[in-house]
Design a protein around this ligand. Structure first.
Ligand SMILES: [Mg+2]
Length: 179
């Protein structure tokens, strides 16, 4: 691993991350990279498993959601997770949820298109990451889970590099945190 040589180097804040990915190789590599960055990772292998996990354990800072999966695909699982959240009596346990207004969910896929972004957002997705994953870039995007200044830099805007991934929107909560 490279040495930390200056203050500009992004030192990841430890997050608890749920991976929902049916491909063994993709999941293993992603989990390994995130673990090396100091994150705590929980793995699930399809949308139904991911949903069940969130149902029993809401304590994740974000979800990395593959889209093409058996049983429930990533979009269906996301919609169901949002449904769970709406029934919640005491929401927003973690800073990451408070800042985003809900648990941040990233769509992770090789086929996500810029024209879909509104549809994705309306389904409950907060950000997008294209495969093959650029792990350096993923680290930057994940910093935005707890750092709204960083998030602002990675929010979608027309003309941005879609391939780089990012957040689809600032959360409704950014006003208070806009310091
Ligand atoms: Mg898949």
């Amino acid at each position: 691993m490279r040495a930390i040589t200056n203050a500009e180097t992004i030192k990841p804040v430890q997050l608890r991350i749920l991976i929902v990915e049916d491909n063994d190789i993709n999941r293993t590599i992603l989990a390994k990279r995130l673990t090396l960055d100091g994150h705590i990772v929980v793995n699930t292998t399809n949308g139904q498993e991911g949903l069940d996990m969130v149902e029993s354990d809401r304590d994740f800072d974000c979800v990395l959601m593959d889209i093409q999966m058996p049983l429930l695909n990533g979009y269906e699982a996301t919609e169901r997770i949002r449904g769970l959240e709406q029934k919640e009596k005491e929401p927003h346990l973690r800073l990451s949820h408070k800042l985003n207004g809900r648990i941040p969910i990233f769509a992770v896929s090789a086929s996500l298109f810029e024209v879909q972004r509104e549809e994705m957002y309306n389904l409950g997705i907060d950000g997008w990451i294209l495969k093959p994953i650029d792990f350096k870039r993923l680290r930057v995007i994940l910093k935005g889970v707890t750092d709204l200044t960083q998030r602002k830099k990675d929010v979608y805007q027309p003309g941005c590099s879609w391939e780089a991934g990012g957040w689809l929107n600032m959360s409704d909560h950014d006003v208070t945190a806009d310091r």
